[in-house]
Design a protein around this ligand. Structure first.
Ligand code: FO1
Length: 338
């Protein structure tokens, strides 16, 4: 957001919209909180699709599905991914038929991959399929893939280059990470609905969820038009730290940082996002790090960012949006005095 763009910004207009950038499990928690704080129909979620892959002949889009299941109340609360009350009959038979079953697709979840694969094969876009599935499952928010084109995260490891799910699930994130590649991102066309959402004049806030920066947020930013549109958003861009007390809240972010020889600190996450960030939300336990982030010119808000309960998610979402509103007001005030 530029200061001029924020000029005149006072209270958010009643018809305001919110955009979140999210990966899977960790990001979906905050997205659920946001959907509880704003009118869900005004919330747009830009989903990472770098984790997508073909498995057992089906197109699997784990982050989209985690968001859909979370917002529809169908998700498995213990895992955070997949559906509650799953059975494994198909997987059991697939195993006896010699199929690779290291990536678990529950019987109910399989219907998602079957319908998506069939519809993709006849030329429907991933966006259209996802929005239709959202409607059918009672999700009022818009979940948008970053692109309709296939982008594939590759993990450069000491054991060679691995497709993301082979690294993440099959090899349990054990190989030492040396870097990441987002195959197809350079030529991928940004989802036009994503670009529209990010430039909408009614935009109140852009929230970068506490997802893994390397494998969840970077693939979205690797789609160049999304990255450049973020620079000109008419609302503050606020990120929530995925690192709390020197560790990741969920998943391998901290392990990856160690292996990439990056300090396991929210300061390093803020540094990665500094070019497009207007505000950073830091956990209360890391409050002493605020001056280091503010030194990048990024205002900081502390909050309880560990989202164990639904109340935690809603509370954090509220803090993030109020922080963003305060940044809008501050930018508006500055433009008057400058
Ligand atoms: N994660 C696992 O750790 N093991 C699995 O077998 C697995 C299956 C799976 C199926 C569908 C789906 O939507 C997600 C699934 N996940 C599984 C989660 C997924 O691999 C990761 O959470 C994301 O790709 C990272 O955001």
């Amino acid at each position: 957001m530029s200061i001029d763009q924020a000029a005149g910004g006072t209270a958010p207009p009643t018809s305001s919209t919110v955009v979140a950038l999210s990966g899977g499990v960790g990001g979906a928690k905050l997205v659920l909180g946001l959907a509880g704080v704003v009118d869900p129909s005004t919330l747009t979620v830009i989903a990472n699709t770098g984790d997508d892959f073909d498995h057992l002949g089906l197109r699997v889009c784990p982050d989209i599905d985690t968001l859909v299941y979370t917002l529809s109340g169908l998700s498995n609360p213990d895992q955070g991914w997949g559906r509650a009350g799953e059975t494994d009959h198909v997987m059991e038979v697939a195993r006896t038929l010699g199929e690779e079953t290291w990536f678990f697709l529950g019987d109910k979840d399989l219907a998602m991959h079957i319908t998506r694969s069939r519809r993709l094969a006849v030329g429907e876009s991933l966006t259209s399929i996802t929005l239709d599935i959202c409607e059918r499952l009672g999700v009022d928010s818009r979940i948008l893939p970053m692109s309709n084109d296939f982008v594939s995260t590759l993990v450069e490891t000491a054991d060679g280059v691995l497709p993301f799910q082979h690294y993440f699930v099959r090899d349990r994130c054990e190989p030492l990470v040396k870097g990441f590649r987002f195959d197809g991102a350079e030529t991928a066309i940004a989802n036009p609905q994503v670009l529209n959402a990010l430039s909408d004049n009614r935009l109140r806030a852009v929230v970068v969820a506490p997802s893994n920066p390397f494998i969840s947020i970077d693939p979205i930013l690797a789609v160049s038009e999304i990255r450049s549109t973020l620079d000109g958003t008419p609302a503050p861009v606020v990120a929530v730290s995925p690192i709390v007390g020197g560790d990741s809240i969920k998943g391998p972010t901290a392990k990856m940082m160690r292996e990439l020889k990056i300090d396991v600190s929210p300061v390093e996450v803020a540094r990665r996002y500094a070019d497009f960030l207007d505000g950073f939300v830091l956990d209360v336990v890391d409050a002493q790090l605020a001056p280091q982030i503010e030194a990048f010119g990024i205002p900081v808000q502390t909050a309880n960012t560990v989202m164990d309960s639904l109340e935690d998610r809603v509370m954090l979402a509220r803090v993030v949006l109020e922080f963003s509103d305060a940044l809008s007001r501050r930018a508006g005030d500055n433009s008057v005095t400058e």
